[in-house]
Design a protein around this ligand. Structure first.
Ligand SMILES: *Cc1c(COP(=O)(O)O)cnc(C)c1O
Length: 382
């Protein structure tokens, strides 16, 4: 299943749907090789599906091609991808530097788990670059759009400093997606994704990916085989299917989100709107330079108390109250008591995550229906 020259020249929307016709049957979609094992010696290449499976292999090629990497590796979850990547490259005594307002489980993996294994972890304040610390780190982990404050770090500077100081840069591109940003256009970083969000996009698959090049990818793949954080062939098939609509979904989501961010900014019950596509956002200029679209997550503060925010969320109907994001349906959550509950009150305060903050993940619904729904949720009678 070599990638042909013709395919490499395709634009992303076409790469997403391009299929390789299987010569044996002519099936026009990638089949699910739902098998644990392959008969010997027929399958010289394939032996056991934790190690390598043809459906998974096709998914690996797809994610590599849309993220402009040499190689892609699929995992059973985003956390499987992140933990396997970091564990395969890091050693005791190394110093890792990361942003504070990143995905809660990622933060806990570094601060609670790795610190017990002799890794030094330095968490920098929101808006500060992880390279801006006194000792030079061996590793830097950033999200291209952070959660839930949607900060956009200076990728160009991070790339330059990583290159200059031999720092391994790991970039979580889950919120931006390859439609809005390809970090590998800026430098030779390692890109990680939760496939469970925008990438696969239908709230029905948990998966993760790593894209990059060189020896690091061999080490990561080897540890995936050892730890068993591999994706199974059925989930891989669902992932290929979901990713096919990434461009049409993200085009709609980018458009809906900008319209809703502007709508919320004018709403009398909303005190603050955080969206990188609004000129009021602290990273607006950088977001305009780096991002082709501003993504599907809007955070906003409602007037009143934390409980008022929770009751706005609970009125959601078309907009589902739930702790996820990135699907075709709009979803709303209360980070302080949901996704970011594992942070201490002090940590939440430091990153500026208030009790009245709600996080909206915008779907592909008709935007006028979403405006009406938000208006109803924010009104007193509801
Ligand atoms: C959800 C998420 C993860 C973890 O991915 P899972 O697939 O849930 O394991 C990592 N990073 C970001 C930015 C996420 O939103």
């Amino acid at each position: 299943m070599q990638t042909s020259q013709k395919e490499l020249k395709l634009r992303i929307g076409s790469k997403l749907v391009a299929e390789k016709i299987e010569p044996l049957t002519g099936a026009i979609t990638t089949p699910i090789y739902q098998t644990t094992s392959f008969a010997f010696p027929v399958g010289e290449k394939y032996r056991y599906s934790r190690e390598l499976n043809p459906t998974v292999e096709r998914l690996n090629e797809l994610v590599a091609s849309i993220e402009l990497g040499e190689r892609g590796i699929s995992f059973s979850s985003g956390m499987g991808a992140i933990s396997t990547t970091v564990l395969s490259l890091i050693k005791p005594g190394d110093l890792v530097s990361l942003q504070m307002d990143i995905f809660g489980r990622t933060l806990r993996f570094f601060t609670d788990f790795l610190s017990k294994w002799g890794v030094k972890v330095k968490v920098v304040e929101t808006g500060t670059l992880p390279t801006d610390i006194i000792a030079k780190p061996n590793f830097v982990f950033v999200e291209t759009i952070t959660n839930p404050l949607l900060r956009v770090p200076d990728l160009e500077r991070l790339c330059a400093e990583s290159k200059e100081n031999g720092i391994t840069l790991i970039v979580d591109n889950t919120f931006a997606t390859p439609i809005n940003l390809n970090p590998l256009m800026y430098c030779n970083a390692i890109v990680v994704h939760s496939g469970s969000k925008f990438l696969i996009g239908h709230n029905d698959v948990i998966a993760g990916f790593v894209i990059g090049s060189g020896n690091a990818m061999n080490s990561i793949d080897l540890l995936r085989r050892t730890l068993g954080t591999s994706i199974d062939p059925h989930a891989a098939y669902m992932a290929i299917r979901g990713i096919k609509t990434l461009k049409v979904r993200m085009d709609a989501i980018n458009q809906n989100s900008l319209a809703l961010a502007e709508f919320l900014e004018d709403h009398p019950k909303v005190s603050k709107v955080i969206y990188p596509g609004l000129s009021s956002h602290p990273d607006y200029k950088r977001a305009r330079r780096l991002l082709r679209g501003y993504g599907g997550v809007i955070s906003f503060e409602v007037k009143g108390t934390g409980n008022d925010a929770i009751s706005v969320m609970k009125k959601g109907n078309l907009i589902i109250p739930a702790q996820t994001l990135g699907g075709v349906n709009s979803v709303i959550s209360h980070p302080a008591t949901m996704s970011h509950r594992s942070l201490t009150a002090e940590e939440r305060k430091k990153i500026g995550l208030t009790d009245t903050l709600l996080r909206l993940s915008v779907g592909i619904e008709d935007v006028e229906d979403l405006k009406e729904e938000l208006d109803r949720m924010l009104s007193d009678s509801g």
